[in-house]
Design a protein. Structure first.
Lengths: 204, 204
């Protein structure tokens, strides 16, 4: 073997990992070749210098950090069902809000129509208002009750609404001369009763 | 009684937490030292080593009883180190020092002339170590890793091939090439002579 071939094997030779069949020829070459011998000595020197690099050690809190991290990572995760619930809860709340909003919008619909409905006789005292089916409007505050309204022949912006009065089955007149508040609604709530009770009063 | 790594790992697989703690105590410094040689800075090496043991903890079930624990552990450390080096390269954060590759000349760093008398042996020794370490960093990781596993960790070619998941012949050629690159880097750093000087001193 020439020097180039020998030098290719020197690394494995100094590690004691060279194939046994090649060892005798490498040894023989090193005895007679000073260049390759020097090359081998240099490799050994560099190996020793790598081994001499001062080792570093783990920081003092190394184990504590590992255990803290393991503890965090091995905490039981929420079940997939719970995770879905966490995702679905806001969605459900949003849908519920949309439904309520739509419901409220719908409950205003008769009000809006009321402005265009045939004019009622506003000269009559409210207590004398005849209850017809058109006076029964679904309550807009989410309560499962219906209001008996009297549509007012007034511009929407100036219509008076009273709070729904508590009822004992009788119509509660609204003091139109002293309206409790002014909001752009077009109805006066005359009473607030369950649907069946409202229909009981309808004069057909 | 001193339990083997494999016995400790089997005990840990059976739920014995103290077995994990003993493995951790046994290998923490070696793994920090190994990753330090790979990534070059202590904080990152410490974080990577932490992750190595967390992986051992969480993937203990993947360890095959009867196989050698250390190569398995070092393989995790090697993979995490390679990932870290690749990540740094992607973000170009790796090092201001350019790595030495097969077709690239390294930077030359001005060091004291080899004939400069050193006032203290310890200073010379420390400096030589720093230069070897600096030269090692300039070697591409695919050559550096087997070199560190061989010279610092003391693994034989067979074990290195298992850790790096490459054939034994590849380990042999990478070590050969790695040593040649180290030699080039050391001489480029003008530290080869210092390493030699230190080695001579050590022998004395």
């Amino acid at each position: 073997m020439n020097c180039n071939r020998i030098q290719e094997h020197l690394s494995a030779f100094i590690d004691g990992e060279l194939e046994s069949s090649l060892v005798p020829s490498v040894k023989a070459h090193l005895i007679r070749c000073s260049v390759c011998r020097k090359e081998k000595e240099q490799l050994e020197t560099f190996s020793a210098s790598i081994r001499a690099i001062p080792p570093v050690t783990a920081p003092p809190d190394f184990r504590d950090r590992i255990y803290a991290s393991i503890h965090t990572r091995t905490q039981p995760k929420p079940s997939p069902f719970l995770q879905w619930k966490l995702i679905l809860a806001p969605a459900a709340a949003m849908i519920f809000g949309i439904i309520i909003g739509a419901y409220r919008f719908q409950s205003f619909a008769p009000v809006q129509l009321a402005a265009e409905s045939p004019m009622l006789d506003t000269a009559l005292p409210i207590s004398d208002t005849t209850v017809t089916e058109s006076n029964i409007v679904a309550s807009d505050d989410g309560v499962r009750e219906y209001t008996i309204d009297r549509y007012m022949a007034m511009p929407v912006e100036t219509i008076v609404q009273t709070p729904a009065p508590e009822s004992n089955g009788k119509l509660h007149p609204v003091d139109e001369n002293n309206p409790p508040n002014l909001i752009p609604r077009s109805r006066v709530i005359l009473d607030r009763v369950p649907l069946k009770a409202a229909y009981d009063r309808v004069v057909y | 009684m001193m339990l083997s790594d494999d016995e400790l790992m089997c005990r840990f697989q059976d739920g014995d937490e103290t077995a994990f703690r003993r493995l951790l105590e046994r290998y923490q410094d070696r793994i920090v030292n190994f990753t330090m040689k790979m990534v070059g800075d202590y904080d990152t090496a410490s974080d990577l080593s932490q992750e190595v043991f967390i992986r051992v903890y969480t993937n203990a079930g993947r360890y095959l009883p009867g196989s050698k624990f250390a190569p398995w552990l070092y393989r995790i450390a090697a993979n995490l180190s390679i990932n870290e080096i690749r990540r740094r390269k992607r973000w170009r954060f790796f090092s201001i020092d350019e790595q030495l590759d097969e077709d690239h000349e390294p930077y030359s760093i001005d060091l004291p002339d080899e004939t400069t008398p050193s006032p203290e042996d310890q200073i010379l020794k420390r400096e030589a170590s720093h230069q070897v370490e600096a030269a090692l960093k300039k070697i591409p990781v695919k050559y550096r890793m087997p070199l560190v596993l061989r010279e610092i960790e003391g693994y034989d070619y067979e074990e290195i091939s298992k850790i790096l998941d490459v054939p034994r012949g590849t380990v042999k050629s990478r070590l050969n090439r790695g040593r040649a690159l180290l030699k080039t880097a050391l001489f480029r750093l003008d530290a080869g002579a210092k390493a030699s000087a230190w080695h001579v001193m050590e022998e004395q």
